[in-house]
Ligand binder design. Structure first.
Ligand code: CA
Length: 687
């Protein structure tokens, strides 16, 4: 989630300006043009909106064949509705204006005979005495440049070769998931990437790419790292990048939704022909799948980029949004509005939209932005329906909002309600900030960087946010009680696109320390992530000390700040190898991936070590079917070496002195163990 600021609004206005200047205002969905008021300024209330007849048919949007195209919208308040047909996605000639026929339960529809493929269309409705702005409908699946008009497409023709045989890579259980969070541009933009299609869907589909000196980059690198899922920041059609001017450097994370069921145009080699982005998106998914990687989409149903001029408001004013007591828009998103998932047609839309991405694009999971805005009933309906298709489709989200919502917090999918969600996971900020320091205090240290008093917050994540007799929840930084019933609903991480990269945070909080020391802290922090119960999550490039040069909220900071510099992989190659070994360690040992809280409670035991900068625990009795009988992990964040008492055993050294080797790096028996300064000690007993 980005945090909007005045610069963002200014940028948006500046980007829209060339279109206005060109005089092409015929169907511009501007806030100003489509502002709608009830006669006599009558306030629209929740009761009025809830009384609208919901439509439960599955044919909203375009139904295409080469003989006929049928267009259907839902607009229960409309007195009239009409369809516009164009030869271009912007400008060009109006081919036809056709009145639509009123149907059941607020629907309007019309047919066009013949093959309309390649034509562009928009709708307009008359509400009270106002013709609202021309608009694509929310269900549009293709659009022209900048998403102002929808496009008639034959989806079957957009499939790349072999698409029918595309399959999700195998995954036995969601416990096996390792998430890798990536902005599509960042992987390819740097000159050192060696990737041809820079900033494009096709760039992530390229294999065999490398730096000049032969270091693997792009998709090959991700595959080699060993993660299971590539989580893409928004790749649906968003508003902030002008797709008609891609020669001008532009960058945005994309948390400003415009058309939910259409891929973003700026990542396509041709944003004008709506079929190209669909085909190239599918090509990307196929290539990732062929390389054993599943694909997660970051979805942002919690608000729309434009408020008055959104695809929702242009057809049914205010219906899809929550309102405050004065009839205005409430703003839990911090972006000017918040959607109302509890209303039947918004609930239906979210569900059908996610089903569509799964069925048409073979997407394997969703990261739900500001999920705390959505109601639990909707999130559970979505989870249930997606899991009917495949129980390993993974859904997780931010269990918080960016502002107050008028909707009852007990009914919303906020973190503290995780136990009410059907398998949907949430981000564990207790662990994140416990390990590296509070994200809102940019110089703060965490346990890994030597801070004291944070052990319980770290332990909260180690057990996967379930109840545990040795976690004192009253001392946990943010939540005073466990919020999950299974570790698999807890996403453990130390950094994501928001805020500093881990390296940048450590640069702030450990000033004056050389890179060599920061790498030691990074190893401690990420070893905590990858050995904890729960689902591990990694921001792309952290495996070789990615930097955004100290910029936190880099949502529009450009490629220079955001792109992944592959030369750093050469410089920090040893760290990258450490990550690979760490991920393999997790994959080989189910003891780190328990699904039941009872197993965690029975098998995970914290050691009693009287030093606030040393944290240790043991996993016992071949937990979760592990080949190792016992595993002992000790994290020393002191700058000096320490000796601690450990349970006696026939221990093999698995990780010591900044190295991991599952085949063993030596043996000890206890009861004393020496800890290197700032290091992780992992011991295993075979039988
Ligand atoms: Ca766009």
């Amino acid at each position: 989630m980005k945090y909007p600021n005045p610069y963002f609004i200014l940028l948006t206005l500046l980007m829209a300006a060339p279109l206005y200047l060109a005089g092409q205002t015929d169907s511009m969905s501007s806030d100003a043009k489509s502002k709608y008021m009830r006669p006599n300024d009558q306030i629209i209330t929740d009761d009025m909106l809830n009384a609208y007849p919901a439509y439960n048919g599955s044919d909203l949007g375009l139904t295409y064949s080469n003989k006929k195209s049928t267009f259907k919208i839902w607009s229960p308040t409309a007195k009239e509705a009409r369809l516009f047909l164009y030869d271009k996605g912007w400008g060009g000639d109006t081919l036809l204006i056709k009145n639509m026929k009123k149907g059941k339960r607020g629907t309007w529809s019309t047919d066009l005979s013949g093959d309309q493929e390649g034509q562009f269309y928009a709708f307009q409705v008359l509400v009270d005495t106002t013709w609202l702005a021309e608009t694509p409908d929310p269900y549009a699946v293709a659009a022209g440049v900048n998403g102002h008009r929808a496009m008639v497409v034959d989806l079957a023709k957009t499939n790349p070769e072999g698409w029918d045989h595309d399959q999700r890579p195998p995954l036995n259980s969601i416990s096996e998931i390792v998430l890798y969070e990536l902005h599509l541009r960042d992987i390819s933009m740097h000159p050192s990437s060696g990737i041809q299609h820079k900033g494009k869907y096709l760039g992530l589909a390229e294999t065999g790419t490398h730096t000049k000196s032969g270091t693997m980059t792009g998709l090959d690198h991700i595959k080699d790292l060993g993660v299971t899922h590539v989580h893409l920041l928004p790749v649906f059609d968003y508003a902030s990048v002008d797709e008609s001017a891609l020669q001008v450097p532009q960058y945005n994370w994309g948390y400003d939704p415009q058309n939910y069921n259409i891929p973003e145009g700026s990542y396509a080699t041709d944003p004008f022909d709506g079929r190209v982005r669909i085909r190239e998106f599918k090509q990307m998914v196929k290539s990732l799948h062929e390389n054993g990687l599943r694909v997660v989409m970051d979805v942002v149903y919690n608000h729309t980029s434009s408020t008055e001029g959104s695809v929702f408001n242009n057809l049914v004013p205010k219906y899809y949004y929550r309102l405050n007591d004065h009839g205005g828009y409430s703003n839990a998103s911090g972006c000017g509005n918040e959607t109302a998932s509890e209303r039947p047609m918004m609930r239906k839309f979210m569900l059908e939209s996610m089903l569509y991405w799964v069925k048409e694009y073979h997407v394997d999971g969703f990261r739900v932005d500001l999920m705390g805005i959505h109601d639990i009933k909707t999130m559970n309906l979505i989870a249930d329906e997606l899991h009917k298709i495949d129980p390993t489709i993974f859904i997780y989200g931010e269990g918080w909002t960016a502002g107050d919502s008028p909707y009852d917090a007990q009914e919303r999918a906020v973190k503290t309600n995780t136990w009410k969600l059907h398998g949907t996971a949430v981000f564990c900020d207790e662990f994140r900030d416990g390990v590296k320091g509070n994200v809102f205090a940019k110089n703060a240290k965490g346990f890994a960087s030597g801070e004291t008093g944070l052990q319980e917050s770290v332990k909260f994540g180690i057990v996967g946010a379930v109840a545990h007799p040795q976690v004192d929840n009253k001392k946990v930084n943010y939540s005073q009680y466990p919020w999950s019933n299974t570790p698999l609903q807890c996403i453990n991480y130390v950094s994501c696109h928001d805020n500093h990269t881990l390296y940048d945070r450590l640069r702030n909080s450990c000033q004056g320390e050389p890179d060599e020391e920061l790498v030691k802290i990074i190893k401690i922090a990420q070893t905590l992530v990858f050995t904890s119960q729960g689902i591990p999550f990694l921001l792309a490039g952290e495996e070789f000390t990615r930097t955004k040069f100290g910029v936190e909220n880099s949502f529009e900071a450009g490629d220079e700040i955001n792109q992944i510099d592959w030369k750093r992989k050469e410089q920090f190659g040893e760290l990258n190898e450490y990550f690979k070994a760490l991920i393999q360690l997790r994959k080989h040992h189910p003891a780190f991936r328990m699904a039941k809280k009872e197993d965690v409670q029975a098998h995970l035991k914290f050691l009693d070590i009287p030093n606030d900068n040393i944290l240790g625990y043991e996993i016992t009795d071949h937990a979760n079917g592990d080949s190792w009988k016992r595993i002992l992990l000790i994290f020393n964040t002191n700058k000096t070496g320490k000796q601690v008492t450990i349970p006696e055993g026939d221990w093999t050294l698995i990780a010591v002195n900044g190295r991991i080797d599952e085949s063993g790096l030596g043996n000890i028996t206890g009861p004393k163990a020496n800890l290197q300064p700032r290091s992780v000690l992992i011991l295993a007993e075979e039988n």
